[in-house]
Design a protein around this ligand. Structure first.
Ligand code: C5P
Length: 382
């Protein structure tokens, strides 16, 4: 669970959390900018971005899964998966020195067959549930980011800590201490206080003439639904991942595989899908190619989302959903500052107070209690 960067050992758990924090802030800002900076008739398709995201994530996951399978194939130089009884030096000594030793036709074939068997395992269908939920969530994210200013989106989206907790209690039969329930109550209250600003200031937003018009209620409904799917999908994925021996990357491949159909439905049958794109208020335009207006910003959104998906999976594996919430709340502070600088966001007192409550509640929620501290010190081997 530790990687060496220029000789400095960095724990993967911490690294994935820091990356997730930065990714969260970057995504919120770039996503919002990519949606509000162009007129509605020049807008790229959100559904296409989601489909592209799943294809790229799937390709990366399958490459990593194949690489791991190949190295674990007998005769590749690696001892097949019994690392505990070997020292790092022994493992390094066993590593193949040359790629042509590893990449023989028969070994590649063997690894391919093994990978196919692992991916289409008897329980692979379990991933179809989070896959559909994440496709819905990823589409809703675009609706939300198109209709809310950066800090409001970020803070409201933090309600997924609440839904994650609720689903953990229901599905994982997790017990929460009174302190954690209190923190969750403050979290909900804090988000409410932030929302007060909408009645006093219209988000403090500079609208570009002809650019996309924001519809706040639509944005808030989208965020609320995305919070539901985020909690359910996250808890479900954790349940499947930690309830079996299958490798993380195999699970990710299965997740992407089952995402393809719903993501494609949203692209090719937009009238059937629940979420009309942000450009819905624009006069109907002729059906465009699916990657029309797919410029630098759209690509940036997709790339940041791909990174986010991979890092989220790592955080769920190496850390947990609770720590994931902490990373998100740090991201609030960062994008709050960015919103002020980049989008002329005007700070109202209720926004400031609400944000403080949310961040404080997140901190309180993440204070481990005695039992957790004990468990963590025993099991923090990545
Ligand atoms: O907001 P939340 O943390 O629920 O976002 C999860 C994001 O990570 C979604 O965009 C989802 O598609 C992605 N994800 C993923 N692979 C996983 C778990 C989540 O790509 N194994």
């Amino acid at each position: 669970g530790v990687i060496n960067v220029l000789g400095v050992p960095i724990p993967l758990g911490a690294l994935s959390l820091i990356t997730l924090t930065l990714q969260n802030s970057a995504l919120t800002i770039v996503l919002h900018y990519s949606r509000i900076s162009v007129p509605a008739d020049k807008m790229y398709s959100a559904a296409s971005a989601v489909l592209l995201n799943e294809c790229l994530k799937g390709t990366i996951s399958i490459s990593i899964a194949f690489y791991n399978t190949l190295l674990a194939t007998p005769g590749s130089g690696y001892a097949p998966l019994s690392p505990e009884d070997r020292s790092d030096e022994e493992k390094a000594a066993q590593r193949p020195k040359r790629w042509d030793e590893v990449l023989t036709v028969s070994r590649v074939r063997k690894a391919g067959a093994k990978l196919r068997k692992d991916v289409f395992s008897s329980d692979c269908w379990k991933l179809s549930i989070p896959a559909c939920l994440y496709v819905v969530q990823n589409n809703l994210q675009f609706v939300a980011a198109s209709n809310l200013d950066v800090p409001t989106f970020q803070v409201t989206y933090n309600l997924k800590i609440l839904t994650t907790a609720l689903f953990s209690v229901v599905l994982l039969r997790k017990r929460l201490t009174p302190k954690k329930w209190l923190a969750l109550f403050f979290l909900a209250a804090g988000v409410g206080v932030v929302q007060l600003q909408s009645s006093t200031a219209s988000g403090g937003h500079k609208e570009v003439a002809g650019a996309h018009q924001m519809e706040r209620v639509k944005g808030l409904l989208a965020v609320a639904s995305a919070c539901m799917t985020s909690g359910l999908a996250g808890v479900y994925f954790e349940m499947v991942l930690k309830g079996s021996k299958a490798d993380l990357w195999i699970r990710n491949v299965q997740l992407s595989f089952f995402s393809l159909l719903p993501a494609a439905v949203a692209v090719f049958l937009p009238d059937l899908s629940l979420f009309s794109s942000a450009a819905a208020s624009a006069p109907p335009v002729e059906r465009q190619p699916i990657f029309a207006h797919f410029g630098v910003w759209a690509w940036a959104v997709v790339m940041i989302q791909v990174l986010g998906g991979l890092v989220t999976a790592l955080v769920i594996k190496f850390s947990d959903n609770i720590m994931k919430g902490f990373a998100t709340s740090l991201a609030i502070v960062l994008s709050f500052c960015a919103g002020i600088i980049l989008f002329d966001f005007q700070v109202t007192l209720s926004f400031l107070v609400g944000t403080c409550i949310v961040v404080g509640a997140t901190y309180l929620y993440n204070q481990p209690d005695a039992a957790e501290r004990r468990a963590r010190s025993n099991s923090y081997s990545l």
